[in-house]
Design a protein around this ligand. Structure first.
Ligand code: HEM
Length: 249
């Protein structure tokens, strides 16, 4: 390899590392901000004995699962470029199984907070809830089709190769939908509280900063993940061994 080419590759790897670090900082910041918002400003957490505070688990679990961990699951192949593909598939799939579990708990919390309220609050009435439920269903379908296609392959190598670009597109599209769900949820929850209403506005409260920074952090994280995944120079190259196996199949 030419030395100028090697320098260029090292430079692009350095930018890549910085981008991944920024994504981690944004993800952790989002989780901390949403936990502080619900824990310190919205009265803390409870389970079914106190449905109003059970709700507070919903944003925390959804942001941790569908935003932070999902982003990291997507980045597995880009970050661990020298690890064997079999291990990468396992990490990618297991993190997303955790995302599904966290989302299940997050949804249970919000449905309980509606159903156990006196009087009960109707379910699935808002744009946020429609977007959110569609996102979770698409996420589940994508996870299942990934499992069928790549982990316990029931498809031929040709079919798998044809499906791969669609899997990548939908993975990113679902992350964008998760971002949109989180932003509509944050706005909706904020507008349920008096201090955020434009009609009762009386200057910036600390909670306003937390809410707005939380939304911005999520938007930046999603944009950066889409950027990293769509840059060809950050794509993992197959090892010689993997290339050999592909040729044999
Ligand atoms: C990817 C993330 C998210 C998804 C997939 C999601 C999904 C959902 C779903 C399906 C519901 C309907 C529950 C029902 O009708 O009983 C809901 C309700 C709700 N969510 Fe989220 N949510 C997400 C994140 C958030 C965040 C970050 C907040 C911020 C506080 C939030 C706030 C709310 C509120 C206030 C409700 C109750 C009102 C309504 O039904 O629209 N959500 N969410």
């Amino acid at each position: 390899m030419e030395s100028s080419e090697r320098r260029e590759q090292q430079g692009s790897l350095a930018v890549f590392t910085v981008l991944i670090l920024i994504i981690q900082v944004l993800g952790l910041t989002a989780v901390i901000l949403v936990a502080v918002w619900m824990g310190s400003f919205r009265g803390g957490f409870a389970w079914q004995s106190d449905p109003a505070h059970e709700f507070n688990y919903h944003p925390v679990f959804m942001v941790t699962g569908m935003i932070f961990l999902y982003a990291d699951a997507i980045l597995t192949y880009r970050v661990f470029r020298n690890v064997k593909k079999t291990y990468l598939k396992a990490i990618h799939g297991i993190i997303q199984a955790v995302v599904l579990i966290l989302s299940g708990v997050g949804l249970k919390a919000v449905f309980d907070s509606h159903n156990l309220n006196h009087p009960p609050i109707p379910n699935l009435y808002s744009l946020h809830s429609w977007l959110g439920i569609v996102t979770v269903i698409l996420f589940g379908l994508q996870w299942m089709s990934g499992l069928i296609s790549f982990v316990f392959p029931m498809l031929s190598m040709g079919a798998r190769q044809m499906y791969m670009p669609h899997h990548i597109f939908w993975g990113l599209a679902i992350l964008c939908l998760a971002g949109a769900s989180a932003l509509t949820g944050i706005t909706e929850k904020a507008l349920f509280t008096d201090f955020y209403s434009p009609f009762k506005y009386s200057g910036f409260a600390t909670e306003t900063y937390i809410i707005n920074f939380l939304g911005l952090t999520i938007a930046c994280l999603v944009a950066l993940v889409v950027y990293v995944v769509t840059r060809p120079e950050y794509k993992r190259q197959p090892s010689p061994e993997e290339e050999h196996i592909q040729l044999m199949q």
